[in-house]
Write a protein that binds this ligand. Structure first.
Ligand code: PBG
Length: 316
């Protein structure tokens, strides 16, 4: 009887698997603060993506880990058609034409300052960042990305990315806007993974709170929804996940667009750490977390636990 009256479901078809990619096609570098997650060379990423597809996970989200020698103030590498990310997208789409490939649009993996926008005179230069982000999105689309996902939180970037994509002939490429992205301490392990934390040096803002949202705010998220929707977003995202389910609920009520939620690196790390000590049952806590996100109104869930969750769900 319970299955008849159950109000919400989560299945592998709702999940997106984030992947950290690095140079060295067969390389694999574990991330200390994310047990079970590694930075992967492209051949390894192709095989993990194949495993995800076979489990019914339709999509991956790619994040490149670059060496310091490729990083610069203006993040030029982000528009290089032969850079790590475009090469990886081409190889993944060649290996798995049915895999949905989502790419992150933000300067941080490429920025020597470790910020999502351009640092000028000790501040984030919002408007000067837009052409850099737009060129990055076009390079990603040209390499075969199906959806570009601006996570930078600059004002006006959805409109700038949309018009640049359209002008370059990529009107079919969608935009997943990280529209309610909070200035969260739960991103710590991700910044370890990419070595992308804001740099501690004079003239570089020490955190991202001038452009990411204040964790105290929810009305502001609805303003971001309205702006990003008007500028042409196709999906809207709330991030982090579990601590922000009230925001997921509010965003769900404010838009007819698909709503995504990002179960972020710190949330994953907490579950892994507690389960390694025998304090929590990882699989059950993971599935309960994902179900709670669906109950709050999320259509799509980005989670590092996608493969583990899909295995459990397919076993049932
Ligand atoms: C960067 C970006 C971040 C995440 C996704 N894209 C980190 C940040 O804003 O500093 C975090 C994801 C996670 O913690 O899992 N633009």
């Amino acid at each position: 009887m319970r299955s008849l009256v159950r109000e919400n479901h989560v299945s592998s078809s709702h999940l997106v698997l984030p992947l950290f990619i690095q140079e060295g096609p067969d390389s694999e570098t574990p991330i200390a603060s994310m047990p079970g997650v590694s930075r992967l060379g492209i051949n390894r990423a192709i095989s993990v993506a194949g495993e995800a597809l076979a489990l019914g996970i339709p999509a991956v989200a790619l994040f490149p880990a670059l060496g310091d020698e490729t990083k610069s103030v203006r993040a030029e590498e982000s528009a290089n058609p032969d850079g790590l990310l475009p090469r990886s997208v081409r190889a993944l789409k060649r290996a798995h034409p049915d895999l949905l490939v989502i790419t992150d649009v933000a300067m941080d993996p490429y920025s020597s300052d470790g910020h999502d926008g351009l640092v000028q005179d000790g501040r984030i230069a919002n408007d000067q960042s837009l052409p850099i982000l737009a060129a990055m999105a076009v390079a990603q689309a040209r390499s075969g990305a199906d959806i570009v996902a601006p996570s930078d939180m600059m004002d006006g970037r959805i409109g700038a990315v949309r018009s640049a994509l359209d002008e370059a002939g990529f009107s079919d490429v969608g935009i997943c806007s990280y529209c309610a992205k909070y200035a969260s301490a739960f991103y710590g392990p991700f910044r370890d993974a990419l070595d992308s934390a804001p740099r501690k040096q004079a003239g570089v803002p020490g955190d991202k709170s001038t452009y990411q949202m204040d964790p105290a705010n929810v009305r502001e998220a609805l303003r971001e929804v309205a702006l990003d929707e008007a500028e042409g977003a196709d999906w809207l995202m709330v991030k982090p996940g579990l601590p922000y389910l009230d925001v997921v609920r509010a965003v769900r009520g404010a838009t007819a667009l698909p709503v995504a939620v990002y179960h972020v690196s710190g949330e994953y790390a907490m579950l892994k750490a507690a389960s390694q000590r025998g304090w929590l049952d990882y699989e059950r806590c993971l599935l309960e977390s994902l179900l709670a996100m669906r109950r709050a109104g999320a259509d799509i869930i980005f989670t590092y636990g996608a493969i583990e969750a899909a295995r459990v769900m397919n076993r049932r």
